[in-house]
Design a protein around this ligand. Structure first.
Ligand code: NAP
Length: 265
C-alpha cells in the first residue's frame, strides 16, 4: 500500500482478466478505483478484497459498454470527476469465428465495445486531462494490430484502430503533459478465449502469457514513458525499426504527382 495520493483510476472490463489485474496492481500502487463492466457482483467481490488489502477506495460502476447511454454515463464521469487521473480502456471482446461466420449484430457489438466505447471514453478523458494538464490514458490494443493475417480482421482491425488512435492522441497531448500508452498483448491467459470458443490450453507451449505478467510488464512500460508497449516482444529493435520505417514513409505519402509506376505507358 502506498500513501502517495495518485488519484482515481477508472478501469473498464474490470470484472475479470487483464482489467481485474490492473485494478489489483493500481490499488497496490495507491490509486483509488472505479471499476466498470457488466458483472456487478464480480466487481463488488474484487472491490471488497482490494479495499481490505490496500485501504484504497473502490467503487463499482456497472455498465454495458455496447450501450450508447451507458458509455455516455461513463464518459460523463470522466469529464466531471476531477479526482480521476488514469483511464484504463481495457474492456474488449473477440468473436466466435470471424467476419464470414457472424451476422451484423455480433459484428456491431464488437465494434461498439472495442472501437466506439474506448474512443468516446478516451476523448472524454483526453479533454478533461488536457484541461488539468495531467493524467494518463492506457488503451489496450493487441499485437494483432501489427499482424492482421494471423486472425480475423474485425478483431485485429479494432485493435489497429486503438493503436492508431493512441499514436495520434499521444502526439496531440504531448505538450499538455498527458501520457498516452497503447499496450499490445500477445495471447494471454484470460476468459476472452473461452468466451470466443477457443481453448487457450491447446496453444503451443510457450505462446501464452499469464495475465499478471502482462499487466506488470505493461505498467513497467508505462513507467518508462512508452507510447507503445509490447510485453512479449523480446527484441525491442524490431518495433523501433518498424516504427522508423513507417515514419520515414510519412513525407512521401501525399503528393501532387502520381508515382511513376502508375503513370500511363
Ligand atoms: P476477458 O477476460 O474476457 O475480460 C473482458 C472484460 O471486459 C471483462 O471484465 C468483461 O466483463 C468486460 N466486458 C465484456 N463485454 C463488456 C461489455 N459489453 N460492457 C462492459 N464490459 C464488458 O478479456 P481480457 O483478455 O482480459 O481482455 C482485456 C483486453 O485485452 C481486451 O481489450 C482484449 O481485446 C485485449 N487483449 C486480450 C488478449 C488475450 O489474449 N487475452 C490479447 C490481446 C489483447 P463483463 O463480462 O462483466 O462485462
Amino acid at each position: 500500500m502506498s500513501s502517495k495520493p495518485l488519484g482515481t483510476a477508472l478501469v473498464t472490463g474490470a470484472s475479470t482478466g487483464l482489467g481485474a489485474v490492473y485494478a489489483d496492481r493500481l490499488a497496490r500502487r495507491g490509486h483509488d478505483l472505479i471499476l466498470v463492466a457488466r458483472d456487478a457482483a464480480r466487481m463488488e467481490a474484487l472491490a471488497t478484497r482490494l479495499r481490505a488489502e490496500t485501504g484504497q477506495a473502490a467503487e463499482v460502476l456497472p455498465a454495458d459498454l455496447t450501450d450508447p447511454a451507458a458509455v455516455a454515463r461513463v464518459a460523463d464521469r470522466l469529464a466531471t470527476d476531477a479526482a480521476i487521473t488514469l483511464l484504463v480502456n481495457n474492456a474488449g471482446m473477440s468473436l466466435k469465428g470471424g467476419l464470414l461466420d457472424n451476422g451484423p449484430a455480433e459484428i456491431q457489438r464488437l465494434i461498439a465495445l472495442n472501437v466506439t466505447a474506448p474512443t468516446l471514453l478516451a476523448g472524454a478523458a483526453a479533454k478533461a486531462f488536457a484541461g488539468r494538464r495531467a493524467g494518463t490514458i492506457v488503451n489496450i490494443a493487441s499485437v494483432l494490430a501489427l499482424a492482421p493475417e494471423a486472425y480475423d480482421g474485425v478483431y485485429s482491425g479494432s485493435k489497429a484502430f486503438i493503436l492508431n488512435l493512441s499514436l495520434s492522441l499521444a502526439g496531440r497531448l504531448r505538450e499538455t503533459g498527458v501520457q498516452v500508452q497503447a499496450v499490445l498483448p500477445g495471447a494471454t491467459r484470460t476468459e476472452i478465449w473461452e468466451r470466443s470458443g477457443t481453448d487457450v490450453n491447446a496453444f503451443p507451449p510457450g505462446m501464452v502469457m499469464e495475465a499478471g505478467d502482462l499487466v506488470d510488464a505493461a505498467l513497467r512500460g508505462l513507467d518508462r514513458g512508452e507510447t507503445v508497449t509490447i510485453p512479449p516482444l523480446a527484441d525491442e529493435a524490431q518495433w523501433t525499426a518498424y516504427d522508423a520505417a513507417r515514419l520515414a514513409m510519412g513525407p512521401n505519402l501525399s503528393r501532387r504527382d502520381v508515382a511513376p509506376r502508375y503513370r500511363p505507358g
